[in-house]
Design a protein. Structure first.
Ligand code: G3H
Ligand code: 13P
Ligand code: ZN
Length: 317
């Protein structure tokens, strides 16, 4: 059942974070739905502009519709990840999305407000909620490169002003994470002090943590042992820190890179061990099962596992 993102946030705020997982193909969809059902978790399916281009908008949306038919007991929202204005309008008009992200964080503050406000007006007219972003995450964000050294943490006063002026429903904040596999070069972690300051100024307002993959060292090692060349300097977010971020207002946690690592590990190991095989359904089947276990594990860390019944009860009210 597709639900609104705001309904999920209303149940989750301060208690658990909803996992927001990017998908690009059928195998990811099968693993994603299976993993969330196995762990009895509500979730958010995210589609990036890159995914819409890669799979074709009609195809990726049809995959989600099919997954919903196969698993009618799943409770999830459909979200546009890192949208620009044009794509956000496209998704709002399509009637399929629960929420859209407008990412204008690379623009100056006033322009970010103006763009976000325009999207909010169009989205709210259709009952769709809007995630905006303020501050800059390091790493690679679609086609925008941000030097990690210049990554800017979100300013708490600006965050409150931004929400007031733009009318957005949730805010992606920069608190030390970045996209991709190379988030931290040393012992850096999440900036909880900054997060607490933001929450103080925006009480009860859902905050979103992008760039939340953990980049498990075990996964990197297995990929490299099977012929990969991922630098071992690759570091991610300590998944045990999600529980500390939740009471500070983090309600949505975005994970994509970790899923790509699972895919890469499964396929590299499969073809290393079975060099004569060429039926892609072999590794595909293993990937679906491994991805499902990965999702179930993440949901335990996010606190969303085992929440399906209470979400259903809240939705029924
Ligand atoms: O934050 C970006 C997400 O990981 C989506 O990546 O734009 O390559 O689909 P993508
Ligand atoms: P990761 O690259 O850490 O998986 O972040 C994904 C993300 O933020 C999607 O919007
Ligand atoms: Zn992101």
């Amino acid at each position: 059942m597709i639900v609104t993102t705001s309904d999920l946030f209303a149940v989750a705020y301060g208690r658990f974070a909803v996992g927001a997982y990017n998908i690009n193909n059928m195998e990811q969809a099968l693993g994603l739905f299976r993993g969330n059902l196995e762990s009895e978790a509500p979730f958010i399916v995210q589609i990036s502009r890159g995914s819409r281009k890669y799979a074709n908008v009609k195809m990726i949306e049809a995959i989600i519709r099919a997954a919903e038919e196969i698993h009618p007991e799943a409770v999830f929202a459909v979200h546009l990840d890192h949208g620009d204005e044009e794509t956000a309008y496209d998704c709002i008009e399509s009637g399929f999305y629960s929420s859209v992200m407008i990412d204008a964080s690379h623009h100056p503050f006033e322009e970010n407000v103006a763009i976000t406000k325009r999207v909010v007006e169009r989205a709210h007219a259709k009952g769709i909620s809007v995630e905006a972003e303020l501050g800059m995450l390091g790493g690679v964000e679609e086609d925008i490169q941000v030097d990690e050294k210049h990554a800017m943490l979100t300013d708490p006063d600006e965050a409150a002003e931004f929400v007031r002026l733009s009318g957005c429903d949730s805010l992606a904040v920069a608190i030390g994470t970045s996209h991709g596999a190379y988030k931290f070069s040393g012992r850096q972690g999440l900036h909880f002090g900054r997060l607490a300051e933001i929450q103080k100024r925006l009480p009860d307002f859902p905050l979103v943590m992008h760039g939340s993959s953990s980049v498990p060292q075990s996964e990197v090692k297995r990929i490299n042992a099977a012929g990969g060349e991922i630098p071992t300097s690759a570091r991610g977010v300590d998944e045990n820190e999600f529980a500390k971020a939740v009471p500070l207002g983090v309600t949505k946690v975005n994970i994509d890179t970790d899923g790509r690592l699972v895919w890469t590990r499964v396929h590299r190991e499969f073809f290393r061990d079975e060099p004569a095989k060429f039926d892609f359904r072999g590794p595909g089947k293993i990937f679906v099962a491994e991805y499902a276990s990965f999702i179930a594990h993440k949901n335990q860390k996010l606190g969303s596992a085992g929440r399906l019944e209470e979400v259903r009860a809240a939705l029924a009210k």
